[in-house]
Every structure is written in structure tokens, then in C-alpha cells.
Design a protein around this ligand. Structure first.
Ligand SMILES: NC(=O)c1ccc[n+]([C@@H]2O[C@H](COP(=O)([O-])OP(=O)(O)OC[C@H]3O[C@@H](n4cnc5c(N)ncnc54)[C@H](O)[C@@H]3O)[C@@H](O)[C@H]2O)c1
Length: 283
């Protein structure tokens, strides 16, 4: 079975990006958020993003109009009934996600696959509250969704082989490259990426090199498009610290301990780009 009718919960940064790629791929999208203003903002953002593609000649104006017409917004969860796939992309909060997923699974049809775009919460734990946990899966998109080719497909303990196969087919259908991963803190990509960035903070803290030289080293020596400290500023140092704490507790292994300098920076309110100062200063 291929998914044709997609529901998205949350019209924020990730939700509207997911809606955009699904709509461009020809799928019918229903995007739900808590307020009409949030839904309208989500649709305006995806429309603006498609306008930029039209300007760059990557999409025709007619295809853009057709894609936008495929996206319906709503503030009513009832609009999610009878869809093939519902992707939860609401705020990263365990209690909120448990409540949303329980509610959606009660009204979705038996055939509906329910997915979450969480970046840190256990897929197995979330699956435990839905009616058909074998039809629940993690679909971890990367930011910005229209630009990033990867889709991490994460199976919880309860996820069935057929649900995983359908999710992988969906990734291909929307032009993403899937990788199959088992549930574990940070899944695969952030599990590798975040400790690497944390190690760069240790290198800085130990005075082995300046921030600029650490970033230049990793760009020129490892072909990374952006240095780890500049990437930390982009992600947000508070987010990075939270992820390292999840690893530390989740694996009960001190190898994931956050660098003391990272904690100091967060305590000082130096959160990176969003606060104007992190390892670098922003205008
Ligand atoms: N931002 C990233 O780089 C990134 C990357 C991968 C995954 N994620 C994950 O994607 C999810 C969304 O993150 P985001 O960056 O888009 O956040 P965001 O704050 O931009 O958007 C979240 C949206 O969820 C809505 N929402 C809150 N409660 C809701 C409810 N009960 N029903 C419907 N909508 C509700 C909010 O109004 C908001 O519009 C999180 O789980 C996050 O961990 C984020």
C-alpha cells in the first residue's frame, strides 16, 4: 500500500516543511495545529518556500499552485480521520505527545500508520499509548526539511515489518533517502553527531585550539560543510546540552557527559545564534 492522504500534527518549522515535500510529491495533506493563526503561518511559510523554488526555476508557478492547493489546514483533529499516514510534528514534550498520539489513534482508521518526528523521545514509549503499536513508527526528518535528503526511519520494539516497509516506500515517494534504525536514544545520526560536537567543546575547553581553528580543522580535514562549534551555535547550545543529558541518562554511561564549558555557556545564556552569542558572536 502506498500512502496518498497524509495528516501532519503541528504546523511549525518541521510540520510545514514535511507538508511542503508531501504536497510537491503529489500527496494530499491535512495539517492540524492548535490555532488558526499557527495553521495560517504554516501554510504561508510553505507557500513562501515554494515561491523561492519558483524564482530559482526549480518548480513552475503552476506546480507551486497545485502543491499549495493540496494542503488543507485545520484546528480540528477530526480532520485526521481516514488518512493513510499521520505524522506527529508538535512541540517536543513527552506529556503533550502522549496525549496527542492517544487522541489521534482513537479517531484514525485501523489501516492508518501513525508516525512521530520526535528527535529525542523513545519510539517504543510513544508506541505504547496508541491503539495499534505495530502500526507506529518514527520518521525523523532533518531541518530544513525541503533541503535535507535524509529520513531516519526508526522502528520501536512493537513496529511491524510491513509498517517499516511502508514507511521506507513513503520516504522514496517524497524524494528522501531513508535509513532504517532501531529505537535508541538519539537514534543513529544524532547519536554520532552530538558527541562529536560535545568533543569539540572539550577540545576548546582544554585550550588545544581556538574555536575558529577547530572549525577550520574539521571543515578542511574532514570535509564537513560547517565546523562543529558553528553547528552547535546553529542547533542551540541548550538543545545540545539537553540531548547529551538524554544520552548520559539513557545509556547510563559517562562517555556521554556534557562538556563543562557547554554547561557554563548555557548557564550564561550564551545559547548560540538564537541569543546572539555562543562560540561566535552574531550581529
Ligand atoms: N527543529 C529541528 O531542527 C527538528 C529536527 C528534527 C525533529 N524535530 C522535532 O520536530 C518536532 C517539531 O519541532 P519544530 O522545530 O517544528 O517545533 P515548532 O515549535 O516550530 O512547531 C511545533 C508546532 O506544534 C504545535 N502544537 C503544539 N501543541 C499542539 C497540539 N496539541 N496539536 C497540534 N499542534 C500542536 C505548535 O503550535 C507549533 O506550531 C519536535 O518533536 C522536534 O523535536 C525538530
Amino acid at each position: 500500500m502506498s500512502f496518498e492522504k497524509i495528516g501532519i500534527i503541528g504546523a511549525g518549522q518541521m510540520g510545514n516543511g514535511i507538508a511542503q515535500v508531501c504536497a510537491v510529491a503529489g500527496l494530499a495533506v491535512t495539517m492540524v495545529d492548535v490555532s488558526a493563526a499557527a495553521v495560517d503561518r504554516g501554510i504561508a511559510t510553505l507557500s513562501g518556500s515554494l515561491d523561492r523554488l519558483v524564482k530559482k526555476d526549480k518548480l513552475t508557478a503552476a506546480d507551486k499552485a497545485a502543491a499549495v492547493a493540496r494542503v488543507k489546514g485545520s484546528t480540528d483533529y477530526a480532520a485526521l480521520q481516514g488518512l493513510d499516514l499521520v505524522i506527529e510534528a508538535a512541540t517536543e514534550n513527552l506529556e503533550l505527545k502522549l496525549r496527542i498520539l492517544k487522541q489521534v489513534s482513537e479517531l484514525a482508521g485501523d489501516a492508518t500508520v501513525i508516525a512521530t518526528n520526535t528527535s529525542s523521545i523513545s519510539i517504543t514509549q510513544l508506541a505504547a499509548v496508541v491503539r495499534a503499536p505495530e502500526r507506529f513508527i518514527g520518521l525523523h526528518f532533518f531541518n530544513p526539511v525541503p533541503m535535507m535528503a535524509l529520513l531516519e526511519v526508526i522502528r520501536g520494539l512493537q513496529t511491524s515489518d510491513s509498517t517499516q516497509a511502508e514507511a521506507i516506500a513513503f520516504a522514496h515517494a517524497i524524494g528522501k533517502t531513508p535509513i532504517a534504525v532501531k529505537n535508541s536514544p538519539g537514534f543513529a545520526v544524532n547519536r554520532i553527531l552530538c558527541p562529536m560536537i560535545n568533543e569539540a567543546v572539550f577540545v576548546l575547553q582544554e585550550g588545544l585550539a581556538t574555536a575558529e581553528d577547530i572549525d577550520t580543522g574539521m571543515k578542511l580535514g574532514c570535509n564537513q560543510p560547517i565546523g562543529p562549534l558553528a553547528l552547535a551555535d546553529l542547533i542551540g547550545l541548550d538543545t545540545l546540552l539537553a540531548v547529551m543529558q538524554v544520552f548520559c541518562e539513557g545509556f547510563n554511561d559517562p562517555k556521554y557527559r556534557p562538556a563543562p564549558l557547554l554547561k557554563e555557556m548555557v548557564a550564561a545564556g550564551r545559547l548560540g545564534r538564537k541569543s546572539g552569542r555562543g562560540f561566535y558572536t552574531y550581529g
